[in-house]
Write a protein that binds this ligand. Structure first.
Ligand SMILES: CC(C)(COP(=O)(O)OP(=O)(O)OC[C@H]1O[C@@H](n2cnc3c(N)ncnc32)[C@H](O)[C@@H]1OP(=O)(O)O)[C@@H](O)C(=O)NCCC(=O)NCCS
Length: 185
């Protein structure tokens, strides 16, 4: 689905734009996918795995999500640069259509400026507008204290643990935590 543009002010005073992705964002999103993968272990891809992302592939993804009735992507643009994106998607089966999954990541230079908070406010608004949805769900990797702080601030609580869900290249095993947030209307 297409989400209407919103402007907001970052903690450092710069203006930011939040909106559905457009073709003009494709190069920026490809750069963001590659760079962000090398900036933190909390993103579930290594930079060398980003070769599979292509201009055509991202265009098809944007077109599909923008035309979808159960999925939305938002990109955040700061000074003409793609700072990161977030996604919300819910299932369509009768038994599972009450659950929405969300995901978010930003380039490091844009952490701690309030973008994550603003993205979650928007994803919560989208979820609340869908009467079938009763909960939002996400996962985070252990020790991701910034993400956990954001999620708890936005009303999520830990509901479970997936032991050793992540194995880093050096063999380190990390747990993944599941969180949910009930939707209040
Ligand atoms: C996690 C992430 C999406 C958060 O977005 P963000 O724009 O940095 O978040 P915000 O600035 O809106 O809010 C972060 C909050 O956490 C707080 N915070 C930051 N670092 C923290 C820490 N180490 N411990 C506790 N709280 C922390 C901030 O003070 C802020 O709270 P406040 O607004 O009440 O002051 C972003 O940092 C990111 O992309 N990280 C790398 C990728 C990633 O981890 N993605 C999530 C995968 S599950």
């Amino acid at each position: 689905m297409i989400i209407k543009d919103t402007e907001f002010v970052l903690k450092d005073g710069r203006k930011a734009l939040l909106r559905s992705p457009k073709d003009e964002d494709i190069r920026g999103v490809l750069d963001y996918l590659y760079v962000s993968a090398g900036e933190t272990e909390f993103i579930l891809r290594y930079p060398e795995e980003c070769g599979k992302y292509t201009y055509e592939g991202e265009k098809a993804l944007f077109d599909r999500i923008n035309a979808s009735e159960n999925e939305a992507m938002l990109v955040c643009i700061v000074d003409g640069k793609v700072a990161g994106n977030c996604q919300i998607a819910w299932k369509t089966g009768l038994k599972t259509r009450h659950r929405a999954s969300v995901a978010i990541a930003l380039l490091k230079e844009f952490w701690n400026l309030g973008i994550g908070t603003r993205m979650f406010e928007e994803m919560i608004r989208i979820a609340e507008a869908n009467e079938n949805l009763i909960q939002m769900e996400l996962e985070f990797v252990e020790d991701n204290t910034r993400a956990r702080a954001l999620y708890e601030k936005m009303g999520f609580r830990i509901t479970g643990i997936n032991p050793n869900a992540i194995r880093l290249r050096d063999g380190t095993l990390l747990n993944e935590y599941c969180m949910i947030r009930e939707i209040r209307r």
